[in-house]
Structures are given as C-alpha cells and as structure tokens.
Design a protein around this ligand. Structure first.
Ligand code: PLP
Length: 420
C-alpha cells in the first residue's frame, strides 16, 4: 500500500491539508453502535421498568444480566454497574473503609476525575511522578508509598496498561492496597490479565468515549466480598436490596451501617451495555488494528517518541500519545495545531492556550492557583507533558484515515523540528 506523499508545505503554513473531513470523535457523534444495540435500548424503554431494583428476579433485570456478563468476561467474583467511572473509583475507595482524609496516591498524569474521585471518597490525593512513557515512575512511587499512603489508584492512562506486576509487588511489600482506574483501558490485557483485575478493585466507565458506550455509566470489578458489599450499599441499594447481589448466601455486612450516595446504573443503560458486549471483541480488534497500523509506521519517524507499552500488546489503542523530546510546550502546541490544520484531531496536552484537565497544574482544586509552583513539585512529569501530543483513534477509523494521520505527522514534524 503506498501512502500519500509525506512531503509538502504543511497546511498551517499555507499548503494543502491532508484531509478535509472532521477527525472522528465521540463528541462529534462518532459512535460504535449496531441495530441490535438500538433495539436493546428501545426494548428497555418499552418495558417501563427503569429502576434496577424492581420486582423482577435479579437475573431478569438488564443490570443484573450486565453484571453477570461482566463477571464472566473479566473472570472476577463480583461486578457492580454504576453511574460513572468516577463513581466506580469512589465506590472502590469507600468500599475499602479508609480512614477520613486517608492519603491516596495517583499518577500526576491522569484525567482530573482520578483525584476528584479520591476527594469524593473523603481522601487526600498524593501525586506520583511519571516516567518518559507517561506511566508511573517506580522509583518515585517507592518513595511516595514508603513515606506512608493508605492506598494507590493506578491509572492506565490513554489505554496503556501500567506495569502492574512491579507496582503490585511493590505495593504488596509495603502493605498498600491497589485500586485501578481502568477507565481508559476497558478491554486491554497485560500478561493475559485484563486491566482492572490486577488490584483489589478496578473502576471502569461506560461514558461515550469508552469501549462500552452508554452515554454515561460505569462499573466496578473486585474479588473482595466485603468491599463489594459496601460499594453496593454506597451506590444506593437500600432496604435489603443488597441481598439480591448475594443470591447464594447472606451479605457479609449490615447495609444500615453505611450511607447511600445514589450512584446506581439504570436499566436503559444496562440494556445498551449488555448488548454492546456482544461486539466488544470486534471493537477491541478494530482499536488494535488501527493503533498497530499507525504505531508501526510512525515508530521510526525522527524526532518523536511513541509511548512504549510495558509488554507487547499491553494497550487498548483508542488513543495515540507521542512525545517530541526536547521541545517546549509552545512548540508542541504549534505541532498539534499544525496537525489539526491537516485535519487530524491532535491536542498538545500542555498547550498553554488550553485548559486540558489531563495536566496536573490545571487542577486548581488540588494544587492551588499557582501553576508554576505546581509544576515545580512534579518537574519530571511536567517536562514530559510539555512534549506530549494526544490523538484519539476511533474504532471506526478506516485505513485511509490512519494513513492520513501518518502522512500528516510525516509532513509536520520535520518542518517543526527544522525550526528548533
Ligand atoms: C482516567 C480517567 N478516570 C476517570 C474518568 C471518569 O469517568 P466518568 O466520566 O465516567 O466519570 C475518566 C473519564 O474519561 C478518565 O479518563
């Protein structure tokens, strides 16, 4: 297959753009949906039973069936459908019964929802530096865990599974429980084990941008019976409804010991999610096909460094993140702008003109208003974020879309770097 010629004047400098159609993105209406999924949602609407805990037997509800499906797909003892990924992470932390204001570590590179969930659970986030692939820096992690934290939330950011064998071994050594924010990596697998099943619990989202898209929603996976039971109550199972999640025995806790925070999933979303699971393997294969095609062809482009997975194949492939080592945030922003001018949906994570909530110095709720001081506290992650470009890779991308991305990068990068 011959690609369009990579040379030429970038569109940002007056040349012809590589493509004219918008880059497919969930917030522009790009969805992975079949007629069967539409019918499933409509059927749930027609049944007029939208609350998950109605009179029907548990396994006749869409939510109960979705949870059963999740348990068998991921191989966990327990699954709880809930209202969002943020809710799932919060419920996992609440389920651990950490003391009030417990310190909970998380990576400095994550979506603002991770530290937000930690705060929602009544805990205090402690940030950990990331290394050049924007995964956790294990040396800094050891220091943070040794200094005393009560738990860690590991995040598989932009689809790349973190080094769970090393992180779990380290955390085990130091007696720190691990929770996974597997929101960005639903379906990705490391050493035969899915993201979100390595720690004590894993939180997932089914928001529009995720491998299972129900608009909003999420779920939690765990093998810990008590954690699960508490999470069920906190999510809003009251007046004995907890028992429905334990059909073969009594719940291990008293539901009245905990408040209820109403983080349930409804039946319409669950119907959609359950149906979408039929084609989840196809979707994962499409992400993988697109990612591998693009990453293979960009691997040798001078001047860029693709994020490396911790093991072959340990990624979802729904986003491509690469760094342009040695450039500052302004130049990275120029490159991302030049890619957008070519018709590619690129963002520089640290674009000074943007308010991207994947960069920690924009988390004023946590680090305060002085972004410069915040950057100085985590200088390594700040530098790598300054160099990073993020491009969503829809499962619906065609090979032509992927080739246009490859062409655009080859067109823009040499021009951008020749001016350095
Ligand atoms: C890393 C990460 N964690 C948590 C969330 C929150 O998920 P939700 O929007 O379903 O609450 C997101 C959302 O995209 C995310 O990217």
């Amino acid at each position: 297959m011959t690609l369009p010629a990579p040379t030429g004047v970038p569109a940002a400098l007056g040349g012809r753009p590589v493509r004219s159609e918008p880059w497919p993105a969930y917030d522009l209406g790009d969805v992975w949906l079949s007629r069967q999924d539409e019918e499933a949602a409509l059927e749930a609407i027609r049944q007029r039973l939208y609350f998950r805990y109605d009179y029907r037997p548990f396994d006749k509800t869409y939510t109960g069936r979705f949870e059963k499906r999740l348990k068998s797909y991921f191989g966990t003892e327990y699954a709880l459908a809930c209202s969002s990924g943020t809710a799932a992470i919060t419920l996992a932390l609440l389920g651990m019964q950490l003391p009030r204001d417990a310190k909970v570590a998380c990576p400095a590179f994550t979506f603002a929802a991770t530290p937000s969930a930690i705060q929602l659970a009544g805990c205090a986030p402690v940030l950990v530096e990331c290394q050049e692939d924007l995964r956790l820096d294990l040396e800094n992690l050891r220091q943070v865990l040794s200094a005393g934290v009560d738990a860690i939330v590991v995040v598989h950011m932009r689809g790349l599974i973190d080094d769970m064998p090393s992180i779990c071994a380290l955390a085990d050594d130091l007696g720190v429980p691990v929770i996974e924010d597997a929101v960005p990596a639903l379906g990705a697998v490391l050493n035969g084990r899915p993201a979100g099943t390595w720690g004590r619990a894993g939180g997932f989202s089914t928001q529009s941008d995720k491998s299972l898209n129900t608009g909003e929603g999420g779920f939690l996976l765990t093998n810990d019976e008590e954690l699960f039971a508490r999470a069920v109550v906190y999510s809003g199972a009251y007046e004995g409804r907890l028992a429905r999640h334990f059909p073969n025995g009594r719940p291990p806790i008293n539901d009245l010991d905990h408040p209820i925070f109403s983080m349930r999933m409804d039946e319409i979303r669950a119907a959609l999610a359950e149906s979408l699971m039929d084609r989840l393997p196809d979707r994962l294969a499409a992400h993988r096909r697109n990612y591998d095609h693009v990453a293979d062809r960009l691997a040798d482009v001078d001047g860029i460094a693709l994020r490396r997975p911790v093991a072959p194949g340990a990624y979802l492939g729904e986003a491509l993140v690469f760094r342009v080592p040695g450039v500052d945030a302004e130049r990275t922003a120029w490159i991302a702008g030049a890619l957008r001018a070519e018709g590619i949906g690129a963002r520089a994570l640290a674009d000074p003109a943007d308010r991207n909530v994947r960069v920690f110095w924009n988390w004023r709720f946590l680090v305060g208003p002085d972004a410069r001081a915040a950057r100085a506290r985590y200088p390594q992650t700040a530098t790598y974020l300054d160099e990073a470009i993020d491009i969503p890779l829809s499962a619906n991308l065609t090979q032509a879309d992927c080739d246009q991305l490859i062409t655009a990068v080859n067109k823009v990068i040499p021009v951008a770097l020749s001016a350095v």
